[in-house]
Write a protein that binds this ligand. Sequence first.
Ligand code: NAP
Length: 246
Amino acid sequence: MKIDNKVIIITGASSGIGKATAHKLAENGAKVALMARSEDDLNDLKTEIEKNNGKALVVVGDVTKSEDFESVVSKTKEEFGAVNGLINNAGLMPLSFVEKLKTDEWNKMVDVNIKGVLNGVAAVLPELKANKGGNIINISSMAAHRYFPGGAVYCATKAAVKMFSEGLRQELAPKYGINITSIEPGAVATNLTSTITDEDVKEQMEKMFEMEALEAEDIANAIYYALTQPNRVNINDVYIVPSEQQ
Ligand SMILES: NC(=O)c1ccc[n+]([C@@H]2O[C@H](COP(=O)([O-])OP(=O)(O)OC[C@H]3O[C@@H](n4cnc5c(N)ncnc54)[C@H](OP(=O)(O)O)[C@@H]3O)[C@@H](O)[C@H]2O)c1
């Protein structure tokens, strides 16, 4: 599949993996709809993409609000005429040990990392069905495969995303030609650790990131690979980790 002129919505496009993916897809001819809450960062990204002759639309929105997703879909259709794919990338990782009972942070992770993905699927599915195909790519994590310190809730959210992706694939790919991919990165050098408030975990995470982590562009390349396969090929899972990570 060529992504030339395909219209792809990217959540969490204001930084890290989402931003790198927006650049990669736009450089290769896709029209990208950029969703996140940080309007200035999205506008800067749109300017950068357009400087390179790409096409981008900014739609400020919060993935926990289904009405924001509906507005992203309708504005994207208005601007670009269709929706061909969704990258469910927005996420946060305020790791903490369970006994600290940081229940607000647990709930935020469930809301963004799980419910945000569900909201995205609900918003784009009617469009993809009407188009008789498309792609949904969910950013899960190595955390879906194994627990790491402070990650009880985060790992659970990412395991949910991985299994939801498999359910989506089985229900949607054979029937509608909608291909589904779960991307499961190990450590990537982004701002993801910035929401950690548990000092005990923070120290351990800083140590972990002393190794050579992946770059956001490495994940963008994996997403591009999954998106550019022929329609008969469904890339189910991409488990991609730094060579140095155990
Ligand atoms: N970095 C890693 O090591 C790693 C490893 C495995 C998986 N991942 C996953 O990769 C994804 C991207 O993370 P990243 O590493 O690129 O981190 P990041 O640089 O912190 O980016 C997170 C993005 O999510 C957006 N976001 C957060 N809450 C949101 C909300 N309620 N509504 C809309 N957007 C929201 C943020 O934008 P705003 O704040 O502007 O809304 C930001 O653009 C996440 O799902 C993360 O779990 C990362």
